[in-house]
Design a protein around this ligand. Structure first.
Ligand SMILES: [Fe+2]
Ligand SMILES: [Fe+2]
Length: 146
């Protein structure tokens, strides 16, 4: 589906998140302990780096929404914020190489990203006027220029 250009950088980060989640899930099915331990360490670093920044930028984006949009998207935004907290809380156990936590992280990252792609972005597109969409695009580019 065609998305408003304001969301293109966010969508390409989501693509990266889904690729990461699928790579981890495939490795879990294979079960090589060395590979899983390396992936857990990487996931912890990414949670403190790339994904942590991604979540923070989304949170800034939510805070910048007009009150009327925030009100109508409140339930979905609250769920997304809870999921950010839950994923961030996995970093310490991932750092310790905990494989069950790696499975939880991969499934959460995949499901969370799908939720944002399937529900959040369409809802924001539907509720926001052109000025708001342009502002969200600028905000995202400034927050996460990767
Ligand atoms: Fe998110
Ligand atoms: Fe996201």
């Amino acid at each position: 589906m065609q998305r408003h250009p304001a969301f293109h950088p966010l969508i390409s980060e989501h693509h990266r998140a889904l690729v990461t989640a699928h790579r981890i899930l495939k490795a879990l099915a294979k079960g090589d302990p060395g590979e899983l331990s390396a992936l857990a360490t990487q996931a912890a670093a990414d949670l403190r780096g790339r994904w942590g920044r991604h979540f923070s930028c989304e949170e800034r984006l939510f805070a910048a929404l007009p009150d009327t949009v925030q009100a109508r998207a409140a339930a979905l935004i609250a769920r997304i914020l809870d999921e950010h907290v839950a994923m961030r809380s996995l970093a310490a156990r991932l750092e310790a190489g905990d494989v069950p936590t790696l499975a939880v992280f991969a499934a959460r990252l995949r499901d969370h990203t799908r939720l944002e792609e399937r529900e959040l972005i369409p809802l924001l597109e539907q509720l926001s006027d052109a000025d708001t969409l342009a502002r969200l695009g600028t905000l995202w580019r400034e927050c996460d220029p990767t």
